[in-house]
Design a protein around this ligand. Structure first.
Ligand SMILES: Nc1nc2c(ncn2[C@@H]2O[C@H](COP(=O)(O)OP(=O)(O)OP(=O)(O)O)[C@@H](O)[C@H]2O)c(=O)[nH]1
Ligand SMILES: [Mg+2]
Length: 424
């Protein structure tokens, strides 16, 4: 079975908690604070590796969780950073956000990496909080949570040439003649059910990859037949070989086929409809083929395409076809707009929103405020005091009031719920 999509879960490690500790020395009754910082949590990193060919392994393992950083210790000992988790993926893996579908990365080169989940920063030890006015802070910061998310991995076949056409026009016959690929060839429609790759070797320096995909029919772009999924496979090819049964063995008209397939391509994506096309008039060994060829050629050329007569049965014209395709691949100039990776714009981390809560009157959501809550030890008065300072700095008090929050209302931030007090 051909697997080219996977859904995986990545979770980075939480930062280690900072330590709260005081020096103990023989003749010093009360030493200064010496709690060390926690270590950073492990990242989850995707790594493009040319030795990986499919996404099939992700059927067996789909969760990748990095460890948390070690906690800080006494005597200013920092906790150790947790190891990163490296996930190897094939070249050509497109990484998407599972929820939004936004493209996060396009791993096309060997060794290219993408940080899929970011380990949390270690919490600061109490030694960090000593100031002139507070020489003995008792609180330490907790580690920052790591990020976690579901990702969609998609691997498109990195073929240079895609064969498209109606079922039974001879796509598989052609690829099996020009490459070592041996797809099944038969007189019934939809013989080919999964895309197949073949390497066309011209000489030691010149070779390219051809993709044979299942036949397309009307409505393919909406998913009719087997088309929908497979059109994806040729989205990135440099050229398309549009194969016609010029003999009309099936009783269809090659010109009609040509128009219908092009319509399907254009409906599937604008990109595909603009892709360079070479029309292949197959089955020239059949007398009907010879008869139809001039008419089809005239029509196709008038539309601005080149056409080549071949016969997969006798091998006639295939050599010319293979060279012509190689030349077109060389001339291919990628459209810079096509490979644009859409970055995700990060919201201002200090920003937050106040919304009605599910089980509370209000809920505050925002990156930094949530981080602050996760990293604060609410059992410690000093930590709470620091929390309140930042809280005020962010202006959340005023914003809550503006949103209509009144004395005694409940407010949630992550898993912390508190009662709102005015002028607190
Ligand atoms: N006479 C003749 N028959 C051919 C030629 N090429 C293919 N055929 C026959 O046409 C039929 C279909 O060929 P395939 O190569 O399986 O066609 P396909 O386009 O891959 O079809 P699907 O995979 O079903 O989309 C088979 O019976 C082939 O033997 C040719 O050049 N001449
Ligand atoms: Mg086939």
């Amino acid at each position: 079975m051909f697997i080219d999509r996977a859904r995986i879960y990545v979770e980075a490690g939480k930062g280690g908690d900072g330590s709260s500790s005081f020096r103990r020395e023989k003749f010093v009754e009360r030493g200064g604070p010496d709690g060390g910082n926690g270590g950073k949590g492990g990242d989850v990193i995707l790594l493009a590796d040319e030795n990986i060919n499919t996404l099939v392994d992700f059927r067996y393992q789909r969760k990748f969780v990095a460890k948390r950083g070690n906690g800080g210790g006494a005597k200013n000992c920092s906790g150790a950073k947790a190891e990163d988790v490296i996930v190897k993926v094939p070249l050509g893996t497109l990484v998407k956000d599972d929820a939004t579908g936004a493209v996060l990365a396009d791993l096309t080169e060997n060794g290219q990496t993408y940080k899929a989940a970011k380990g949390g920063r270690g919490g600061k030890g109490n030694a960090c909080y000593a100031t002139a006015t507070n020489r003995a802070p008792t609180f330490a910061e907790k580690g920052e949570p790591g990020t976690a998310t579901w990702l969609k991995l998609e691997m498109k076949l990195l073929a240079d040439v895609g064969l498209v056409g109606y079922p039974s026009v001879g796509k598989s016959s052609i690829i099996s003649q020009v490459s070592a690929a041996r797809p099944e060839v038969a007189a019934y429609h939809f013989t080919t059910l999964t895309p197949i790759l073949g390497v066309v070797r011209i000489d030691t320096e010149n070779s390219y990859v051809m993709a044979d995909i299942p036949g397309l029919i009307e409505g393919a772009h909406t998913g009719v037949g087997l088309g929908h999924d497979f059109l994806r496979h040729i989205e990135r090819t440099k050229i398309i070989l549009h194969v016609l049964d010029v003999a009309g063995v099936d009783g269809r008209d090659p010109i009609d086929d040509f128009e219908k397939i092009n319509y399907e391509l254009s409906q599937y994506s604008e990109k595909l409809s603009k892709r360079k096309q070479l029309v292949v008039a197959n089955k020239m060994d059949v007398p009907e083929g010879q008869k139809n060829f001039e008419r089809v050629k005239e029509y196709v050329e008038a539309k601005g395409y080149e056409i080549m007569p071949v016969s997969a049965a006798t091998g006639e014209g295939l050599k010319e076809l293979v060279y012509k395709a190689a030349q077109m691949i060389k001339e291919y100039v990628p459209d810079p707009a096509e490979d644009l990776v859409v970055g995700i714009e990060e919201a201002d981390p200090d920003s937050y929103e106040i919304v009605p809560g599910n089980d509370t009157d209000y809920e505050v959501r925002g990156k930094n405020i949530e981080r602050l809550v996760a990293m604060t030890n609410f059992d410690n008065d000093e930590a709470i005091y620091r929390f309140q300072l930042i809280w005020r700095k962010l202006g959340i008090d005023a914003a809550l009031k503006e949103a209509g929050c009144e004395e005694g209302n409940t407010v949630r931030i992550l898993d912390m719920v508190f009662e709102y007090k005015e002028n607190y």
